[in-house]
Design a protein around this ligand. Sequence first.
Ligand code: AMP
Ligand code: ZN
Length: 112
Amino acid sequence: MSCIFCMIKNGDIPSKKAYEDDNILAFYDVNPQAPVHILVIPKEHIESVDCITPENSAIVAKIFEKIPAIAKEAGITNGYRVISNCGPDACQSVKHLHFHILGGAQLADKMA
Ligand code: AMP
Ligand code: ZN
């Protein structure tokens, strides 16, 4: 399986890291859509929100526990948006669960 985010996690593709621990990696999006645009991933390969189960959901809680500190550390002071695109209609382009943190400016009031 060739998964670009697993390759980033393994250090096979470089990334600008924002946070890392044993279970989670956060790195800056290569094509930012806001002044601060960070992706937070579980190190475990989970394909999408559709693939969250009782067995693997603890990592999602861990990610959300860390998001405020990741946002603050990145300089976000006035709010941010957390998005996870799931499946074709949401334009999910990388099939490894990830949460976008978008901030650093006033964002659009519509999400889609
Ligand atoms: P999504 O469309 O929700 O699946 O988001 C995938 C995101 O991954 C996009 O915002 C891309 O810009 C980003 N992306 C793709 N390749 C890389 C990479 N090598 N390093 C950092 N971000 C990436
Ligand atoms: Zn992966």
